[in-house]
Design a binder for this molecule. Structure first.
Ligand SMILES: Cc1cc2nc3c(=O)[nH]c(=O)nc-3n(C[C@H](O)[C@H](O)[C@H](O)COP(=O)(O)OP(=O)(O)OC[C@H]3O[C@@H](n4cnc5c(N)ncnc54)[C@H](O)[C@@H]3O)c2cc1C
Ligand code: FES
Length: 264
């Protein structure tokens, strides 16, 4: 389906965000789901499936526009920087599973880099469901922390860490989580795989009973379960390792079921 580009803003040389219009995409969008985007539709009719890339739904406005955030890392995300307002993108979605929305709990969101994207809509949804939300947000440096106005009303408390100390606490985002005096019931996390693994370990060291959902990243080909390019090793209750498709069974998983050792 086509989505009209309403806004495409370059935050800095590493990040940009876009607002696109599609009632159809909005109708199926929920916190945790993603969509595949191809940046060069406009007047071109031939399709190049190799350039479809996954992006998380970051926010929805008025049931017809969607925010997504892109970290410029390669071919397609560089192409996204050249897209103009009024252009059309080719989008497929919304895809995948959503986060579980708990109620009246003390919740931590832990985001790293582009992993902030799904935390925005998730934080808003959790707050509207009576949860208290603390957002722990980390990046390599202050360029990796997007302006707080884009985060909207997604948190009650915000704590920032950067690896080089250029903004917030110097160090990893897990340092913030481990130092917090709050007693969290639920944790949700999204970011690079190494960070997700560290967050799951940190949470279980705090209290094994804390529920933790992770939004996993995998290189996606089709996005709809057909190519098996996005398998994530998970461990069932009986100890069996089962590969699950990130695009269909995920990207949201129970963090305690991911076999991070098998991912590296
Ligand atoms: C469910 C899901 C949701 C995502 N949401 C977002 C989002 O909201 N914002 C955002 O900026 N990115 C998001 N990503 C990652 C995004 O899809 C990739 O960064 C993008 O595909 C890179 O495309 P590219 O052509 O610019 O880079 P490429 O030229 O394809 O790759 C550049 C570099 O990035 C690495 N890379 C590519 N894809 C991935 C990936 N999926 N995971 C880890 N490394 C990768 C490559 O190995 C290479 O080193 C998401 C990925 C998934 C699976
Ligand atoms: S991306 Fe093709 S099966 Fe998941």
């Amino acid at each position: 389906m086509k989505a009209k580009v309403i806004k495409n803003i370059q935050i800095n040389d590493k990040y940009g965000y876009m607002v696109i219009e599609s009632k159809e995409l909005c109708a199926s969008s929920e916190a945790g789901k993603f969509f595949m985007v191809s940046p060069r539709l406009n007047n071109e009719t031939n399709s190049d499936p190799l350039i479809n890339r996954a992006f998380a739904i970051a926010d929805i406005f008025d049931d017809d526009t969607i925010l997504f955030i892109y970290q410029i890392v390669g071919r397609v995300t560089s192409m996204l920087t050249t897209v103009q307002e009024g252009d059309y993108l080719n989008v497929v979605g919304a895809l995948g599973k959503r986060f579980t929305i708990c109620e009246s709990k003390n919740v931590a969101l832990v985001a790293g880099g582009a992993g902030i994207a799904p935390m925005i809509i998730l934080g808003k949804k959790l707050r509207s469901n009576g949860n208290k939300v603390t957002l722990f947000y980390g990046g390599a440096s202050k360029k990796d922390i997007i302006p707080t106005e884009i985060l909207s009303t997604s948190y009650d408390n915000l704590e920032i860490a950067t690896f080089d100390g250029s903004l917030g606490l110097k160090g990893l985002v897990t340092k913030l989580l481990l130092a917090s005096s709050e007693k969290f019931d639920n944790v949700y996390t999204c970011g690079p795989t190494g960070m997700l693994s560290a967050v799951v370990k940190a949470v279980s060291s705090i209290d094994e009973n804390i529920d933790i959902e992770v939004s996993m990243e995998a290189k996606m080909g089709c996005g709809v379960g057909a190519c098996l390019g996005c398998l994530i090793p998970t461990i069932d209750k009986d100890g069996t390792v089962v590969n699950r498709r990130c695009c269909v069974e995920g990207p949201i998983f129970d963090g305690k079921t991911i076999s991070f050792e098998r991912l590296v």
